[in-house]
Design a protein around this ligand. Structure first.
Ligand code: ADP
Length: 608
């Protein structure tokens, strides 16, 4: 058995030393040998370990150096790649911008000839008697308008993507906007036998600040979809307050339908451009799949969003939430009873203004609004007369032209296009006076060369704001007001009895609180309105749809000014139906009945 070697390193004590040659000595020698060997081994191991450690350190240092080199190389690589990526990104951004600019330019280039197709086919329609040719022209016009809507959507989307879409913040009346949307959609819903109802909570203020055209664009898209995808039942539009702060408010506008609904799996992609849930639906209902994407973008630009809740086969509810400014205190609420309008302190009396309008009542109101700030305007009854007056004048003779769009002989768009071709007349401000307030309709007048737009029936505040905008030099120069300024209309306590179906309070504001004038025009309405429907019917029977549509348009505007809201809506429905042949007969019948009823009510109330 191998001797047990104590694990001690100490030398053996002398007492334990043993005689040489003895087995013990041999064992001791063996032990000492082993011990020495062991110690030597330890030393060797240490040296080896030291060597190994030194080698390790060397290796470590080498590795560290290597690492450092790698790091430097990596950093260099990262730098190089970053430069490459940045320039690639810049190139992509430039390409992207170029693409957006291209889309915007192409859309614009498309719109111009399309404007000519729509405008000229309408002009030709006015002069054409041959029924077959009229049919072609009407179809050309209709197809052109459809194409124009698609292009406008594309243009809007490309503007948003390019960051060039701007949202306006202007004061507006929420209830007027909703009424207008209702007027545009009522006919569509009715023709499908759907019930379309609008409601606004009482605590929702009327005067708000925001972009009414864009809000209406979203709303019309949502209501249009709801009608499109609802075979039977109803569509409810409801406006309520979500939260209210000192100077802003969050409104929720919900559009709920009882239609086909949307599968849960499809909801996520709904707001992607060109997304349509079902190809067969697209074939059946048409559409581009752009509307919701566009609407969502617009909502986001108004610090809001659109949410959807839908169940297949049950219906959908689209909720638009947006933040709007609260109207200024100086803006009167839209329907304040008996409110007389006091003209603002505008120094524009020396301004030379031409008003072009075919409707006598609207002309009178425009002239009165101008006279109230000391302007004595020149007047023309249609585009042709306006062209003649301006053609005989120097380019700088007039400071502003207020031009109706739909007029007999020569319409406002054609007149403007013509005027713009004359030397020196490119800078004359021409403002459209029309009930067309949709974004794309506004664009049609801009494309024709008009500078701005004021709505009919006139809202005095908007009218004066428009004047201040386009007659600024007169204002800045502080041109003195005339010695004898036109008398400010005196506020009158309304003594008019309430007339069923007539918003007398709102209408009276348009007549400056002048009850006499209002009564005069109401009486004239009772006398003249029986001929409206028969005349439109005659025009329709003669295939002169364009003339019929213009008559409906003029009547719509007059009814609106007089506070005959239902008639305004019905005339608007007829106008829309006439633009979409061969419809129009039930709308005309509805209008005729409503006119009769309104006449009776007014005649009784006024004791005629
Ligand atoms: P478009 O209506 O032009 O196709 P939109 O972006 O407005 O484009 O709508 C995209 C799709 O969303 C529609 O094609 C339809 O499939 C679906 N959709 C939108 N609104 C409704 C609705 N109220 N009910 C059912 N489906 C709807």
């Amino acid at each position: 058995m191998a001797p047990r070697i104590p694990a001690t390193r100490k030398a053996l004590p002398l007492s334990r030393q043993v005689p040489k040659g003895s087995p013990r000595a041999a064992r001791q020698a063996a032990y000492l040998g082993a011990h020495a060997l062991r110690r030597m081994g330890v030393r060797q191991t240490k040296r080896a370990a030291l060597g190994a450690a030194m080698r390790d350190i060397g290796k470590h240092k080498l590795a560290e150096r290597h690492l450092q080199e790698q790091q430097v190389r990596l950093e260099q690589l990262v730098r190089e790649r970053t430069v490459q990526l940045t320039s690639a990104l810049e190139a992509a951004q430039i390409a992207d911008k170029a693409k957006d600019a291209f889309v915007a330019n192409v859309s614009h280039e498309l719109r111009t000839p399309l404007g000519a197709v729509i405008g000229l086919s309408a002009l030709a329609l006015g002069r054409c008697e041959n029924p077959a040719q009229r049919d072609y022209l009407e179809k050309i016009g209709k197809a052109g308008k459809h194409l124009s809507r698609i292009i406008n959507d594309l243009l809007d989307l490309s503007k948003i993507v390019a960051g060039r879409m701007e949202i306006e913040t202007i004061p507006f009346s929420l209830r007027s906007m909703i009424r207008h949307a209702e007027g545009l959609m009522a006919n569509k819903a009715e023709s499908k036998g759907l019930l379309l109802e609008f409601s606004i909570d009482d605590d929702v203020p009327d005067r708000l600040a925001g972009d009414p055209l864009r809000i209406e664009q979203i709303l019309l898209n949502l209501i249009g979809n709801a009608i499109k995808f609802t075979p039977t039942g109803r569509v409810d539009v409801h406006v309520s307050t979500q939260t209210r702060a000192a100077d802003s408010i969050r409104l929720v506008m919900s559009v709920a339908d009882t239609g086909v609904g949307i599968r849960a799996a499809d909801i996520g992609g709904l707001f992607q451009p060109f997304a349509q849930t079902d190809v067969s639906m697209t074939r059946k209902f048409g559409g581009t799949g752009l509307g919701l994407a566009l609407s969502q973008h617009l909502a986001e630009m108004m610090d809001g969003r659109i949410d959807v809740d839908s169940r297949e086969g049950v219906g959908s509810n689209f909720c638009l939430a947006i933040r709007l400014g609260l109207g200024m205190d100086s803006d009167p609420p839209e329907d304040e009873p008996g409110q007389a309008i006091s003209p603002p302190d505008l120094h524009v009396a020396q301004a030379s203004v031409l008003v072009v309008e075919d409707d006598a009542m609207n002309m009178e109101i425009a002239v009165e609004l101008l006279q109230a700030v000391g302007i004595a305007p020149r007047t023309a009854c249609n585009g042709q007369e306006a062209v003649e007056i301006l053609g005989e004048s120097d380019a700088g003779r007039f400071d502003l032209v207020l031009m109706d769009i739909q007029m007999p002989v020569l319409d406002g768009l054609s007149a403007t296009r013509l005027i713009r071709t004359w030397p020196g007349f490119d800078r004359l401000p021409i403002v459209a006076m029309t009930a067309h307030v949709l974004a794309h309709e506004k664009r049609i007048s801009t494309d024709a060369g008009m500078n701005d737009h004021v709505c009919k029936p006139f809202d005095a505040n908007d009218f004066y704001r428009m004047l201040a905008k386009w007659l600024p030099e007169h204002r800045a120069a502080g041109t003195p007001a005339p010695a004898e300024p036109a008398p400010a209309p005196t506020p009158v306590r309304p003594t008019l009895p309430a007339i069923r179906g007539v918003d007398t309070a709102a209408a009276l504001t348009r007549f400056f609180g002048d009850e006499q004038r209002y009564r005069y025009w109401l009486t004239k309405f009772v006398e003249e309105s029986p001929s409206v429907a028969p005349e439109i019917r005659r025009a329709m029977a003669a295939g002169r749809t364009e003339l019929a549509s213009r008559m409906a348009h003029t009547f719509k505007s007059r009814a609106g000014t007089l506070g005959l809201n239902e008639l305004q809506l019905r005339a608007s429905a007829l106008e829309t139906a006439l633009n979409d042949p061969p419809a129009g007969v039930p709308e005309l019948r509805g209008l005729e009945r409503a006119i009769d009823e309104a006449r009776r009510e007014i005649a009784t109330a006024l004791g005629l």
